[in-house]
Design a protein. Structure first.
Length: 89
């Protein structure tokens, strides 16, 4: 698999948000949170009913997310379908 070429698009690396913004609007719950590294949107993971992080990618084409869960630092690239990095910030 080719190396991810999207890491230069990282603009946001952390958040103080601890909710899925879209689930809050609809009154739903979530399993885990994901942070968009392009714009800072916080959405729920694909194990959640609404899959808001993936829906955000499909709407915006922002390629990279990271886990917004405490103690997790992995990054996922939707375009390359790979974990290209970890962010400790």
């Amino acid at each position: 698999m080719a190396e991810c070429t999207h890491l230069n698009q990282v603009k946001v690396t952390k958040t103080d948000k601890h909710v899925c913004e879209d689930c809050v609007k609809t009154g739903d719950s979530w399993v885990h949170l994901r942070l968009c590294l392009s714009c800072g949107h916080v959405g729920c993971c694909d194990s959640s009913k609404n899959k808001h992080a993936t829906k955000h990618y499909k709407k915006t084409d922002h390629p990279l997310i990271r886990s917004a869960e405490p103690g997790e630092s992995w990054v996922w690239c939707y375009v390359d379908q790979d974990y290209p990095a970890e962010l400790t910030a």
